[in-house]
Design a binder for this molecule. Sequence first.
Ligand code: NAP
Length: 219
Amino acid sequence: MTSELFDLSCKTALITGGNSGIGLGYAKGIARQGGDVCIWGRNPEKNKRAFDELSAFGTEVHEMVVDVADESAVIDAFAETLAIFGRVDGCFANAGVGSGRNAFHELSNEEWRRVLSVNLDGLMYALRAAAGHMKERADAGDAGGRLVGTSSISAVLGYPRGATYAGSKAAVIAIMQSLAVELARYQVTANSILPGMIETPMTEKALQNEEFSSAFISR
Ligand code: NAP
């Protein structure tokens, strides 16, 4: 990617789960193109490391410790993000957790709720706050915005022992399509990204497993 590709100066992006893996990749791509970034994550050490990496691009960077599954924490953190940057042009609802590889008939309610509370509740809380802000801006004559949800290829391919995760990611696609139609009038676009297997802390254990890795990578 070259800096001539597009110019994000004077734009601010909020990236949930921006301290690691794919979210940190989004944040770096945006900062490289001149955009300011605000990253949210739960782990202060990971936030600090990501902050240091992102600061090298020379744009404004903030990190916040936020659990996206906590509705009031998201409401407060979004207000704080606006207080710091004045606006949010792009919201990347990316924070997510994997599910245990349970056989479906043995799936516990706790595991189901653990995954959905982050991958769906958390996504909704962040996007809802961003959509409200973008509508307010549009009403004030400053229309525009970008909403992005990180889905997964598991949403559209059969993912054995992964119904919870795959279900959460399929819902992301439907939510983003719904928002795309609903918010177009405010010049807000909404899209899903469906990554395949990407080497990040989330997939580290699976990729280290020789049997899984050789079967998967060869495909
Ligand atoms: P990762 O490096 O483990 O990133 C997950 C991110 O989510 C971390 O920044 C983590 O930060 C944050 N997070 C998790 N729970 C959170 C919570 N309750 N509140 C706030 N932040 C939270 O894994 P990744 O692979 O980049 O995953 C990013 C997204 O891509 C996820 O939605 C994942 O489902 C999706 N995805 C990944 C792959 C893949 O192959 N890697 C494929 C398809 C889709 P803290 O630990 O600090 O909370």
